[in-house]
Design a protein around this ligand. Structure first.
Ligand SMILES: Cc1cc2nc3c(=O)[nH]c(=O)nc-3n(C[C@H](O)[C@H](O)[C@H](O)COP(=O)(O)OP(=O)(O)OC[C@H]3O[C@@H](n4cnc5c(N)ncnc54)[C@H](O)[C@@H]3O)c2cc1C
Length: 440
């Protein structure tokens, strides 16, 4: 079994994690295909930082949040103890905050004050959580919770590369780039014939853009927001994009802004300390996301189709500057050094989708990261391999299973518990203008 041929489509966050876990379990014939050289320019994980918060596992047998807690306990263990990931985690603490009553109610349910969580009720409370001279803005109406331990950020690109490098060291083959790594379609077994009358249909490999047919015993689809392109997911995935930008600081400023707690505001956006390599501060505006709607020529139904762009809508730039004016106005008018839209796939309930396809038994799905999948890079691949091997614990398998029935008549406009921006899922078709960073 360990010598079964396994193809992973996508060397992003979940594909890299899965490759690493397969190699650690002794699989010797694993190939990962990606449309880009590593780290992929469009991977949602190819980023300077991502928020991570730890949680312990649940000991309550009937805990309705059991699956979530189990996934979080696994990532917490990975960032604390796995030498591949531990160096990239920075335990700076994290503040979760909001201004609107709805968002405040939402974060209160998640981040109750208690052990090592301090309630912040006034702008001064926030300022005191930061080094002096950093939060100089008015922070009007901000309230939140400061988790001082067991939270912070991870250098995402470094963690992604560390997973890929370790998987390669253990023998996994990565093929990145267009055409040789770009998968254009899944290959299916021929329909049953007189010689194989009862063979059920299955996936037997993939075709890449150079025309090569890669056959495999198992195919693991981990193509993030683009997974929807390869298979009819019965509306279980909604490719949705978010927006991020960087501003450049001087070396002296970067030193002053080091070791900040993560500051997340559910209505306005978030940032962490600047990147040590380039002294760039990444800022995201928070919102329910953008879709790119097109009509399916066959069914007439609309689908959101991802596209890559290293620019953001001007309205997102304005929101990012709004967040800076509220928090660090001294930086609010700086030119943007970098920006991009970044895609992920939302499931109907924001639980992951990790399952063997109900019809194609050799196809494993590792998708639906729902805008919160990076933090799981140390551990998610282990759960994917558990599912492939048929030993994913029942309560977890139930939460992340193929659940087409839940997506029947799906409300594509569902904000899925997110706030900010226009407080609705926005449409790239309505965007008036884009930034032109680096184009002049
Ligand atoms: C702006 C933003 C901020 C975020 N912040 C956080 C955060 O703070 N904490 C957190 O936990 N999560 C965060 N997320 C979510 C997280 O980044 C994603 O959930 C996670 O990275 C998704 O991993 P993935 O492997 O599914 O997709 P990806 O990492 O996007 O990987 C998909 C891979 O598939 C490849 N691919 C696509 N098409 C093809 C093809 N045709 N052939 C071969 N390969 C292909 C791509 O090149 C890519 O490498 C954020 C997301 C965004 C957009």
């Amino acid at each position: 079994m360990q010598d079964a041929s396994i193809l992973i489509v996508g060397a992003g966050t979940w594909g890299a994690s899965t490759a690493l876990h397969l190699a650690r379990r002794g699989y010797t014939n694993v190939t990962v295909l990606d449309a880009y050289p590593q780290p992929s320019a469009i991977s949602a994980g190819n980023d300077v930082n991502k928020i991570v918060s730890f949680s312990e596992s649940s000991c309550l047998h009937d805990d309705p949040d059991y699956a979530n807690r189990t996934f979080f306990a696994a990532l917490s263990h990975g960032f604390r103890h796995d030498p591949v990931f531990q160096p990239h985690f920075h335990e700076t603490g994290a503040i979760t905050s909001a201004v609107s009553p709805e968002a405040l109610k939402h974060i209160h349910r998640r981040d109750r004050p208690g052990d090592a969580v301090i309630e912040l009720n006034t702008p001064d409370d926030f300022r005191q959580a930061f080094p002096s001279g950093v939060l100089t803005g008015p922070l009007q109406g901000w309230k939140g919770y400061w988790k001082q331990r067991g939270a912070g950020w991870v250098h995402a690109r470094h963690a992604l590369l560390a997973a890929i490098t370790e998987a390669q060291r253990l023998g996994v083959r990565f093929i990145g780039g267009d055409p040789e790594g770009k998968v254009v379609r899944l290959l299916f077994s021929p329909p049953s014939s007189a010689t194989t009358p009862s063979a059920p249909p299955d996936v037997i490999g993939v075709e890449t853009a150079d025309g090569t047919h890669h056959h495999a015993d198992r195919v693991i689809l981990a193509a993030g927001a683009n997974a929807d392109h390869f298979l009819d997911f019965k509306n279980q995935l909604r490719p949705t994009a978010w927006t991020l930008a960087h501003i450049r600081l001087t070396a002296a400023e970067a030193a002053q802004y080091r070791n900040l707690p993560v500051l997340f505001n559910a209505d306005q956006g978030f940032f962490m300390e600047p990147d040590a390599d380039r002294h760039e501060l990444k800022i995201c505006d928070e919102h329910p996301g953008y879709c790119n709607w097109v009509r399916d020529p066959v069914s007439g139904e609309r689908r959101s189709v991802p596209f890559a762009r290293h620019q953001i809508p001007v309205e997102a730039e304005e929101r990012i500057r709004g967040l800076l004016r509220a928090t660090m106005p001294q930086l609010a008018e700086r030119p943007l050094a970098f920006a991009r839209i970044c895609w992920c796939a939302d499931t109907v309930d924001r639980n992951f989708l990790i399952d063997v396809h109900p019809e194609y038994k050799s196809l494993v799905l590792a998708v639906g990261a729902s805008g919160r999948g990076f933090a799981h890079i140390p551990s998610i691949g282990g759960f994917v391999v558990d599912r492939m091997e048929g030993r994913l614990e029942g309560r977890l398998a139930e939460v992340v299973r193929w659940r087409a029935e839940a997506a029947v008549g799906r409300d594509w406009e569902d904000t899925l518990g997110r706030f900010g921006g226009e407080y609705r899922v926005m449409d790239f078709g309505e965007v008036q203008g884009w930034t032109n960073i680096g184009e002049i």
